[in-house]
Design a protein around this ligand. Structure first.
Ligand SMILES: [Zn+2]
Length: 68
C-alpha cells in the first residue's frame, strides 16, 4: 500500500473498527496523511508531496520573533 499524497510505502494502521473487519484507518508515516479503508482516497496533483516539498514545508502558524 502506498500513500495517496506522497507515494511512500510506510503505512501504519492507527485504528480498527469495533466491529471486526468493518474498517481500518491508515496513516502515512512520512507525511501523516490518513484515510479509512472504506474510502478511495484521491489527492489532486497540486496537493501531492515529494521529499523535496516535505523538507521545505512552512511551519503554520509561523513562530513569531522573540520579544526583546
Ligand atoms: Zn504520505
Amino acid at each position: 500500500m502506498n500513500c495517496p499524497r506522497c507515494d511512500h510505502d510506510a503505512i501504519e494502521t492507527i485504528a480498527t473498527s469495533p466491529v471486526k473487519g468493518a474498517w481500518e484507518v491508515y496513516q502515512c508515516e512520512t507525511c501523516f496523511y490518513s484515510w479509512r479503508s472504506t474510502e478511495t482516497p484521491h489527492v489532486d496533483d497540486v496537493f501531492k508531496l515529494n521529499d523535496e516539498k516535505i523538507a521545505n514545508l512552512q511551519v503554520i502558524p509561523a513562530v513569531p520573533p522573540l520579544e526583546a
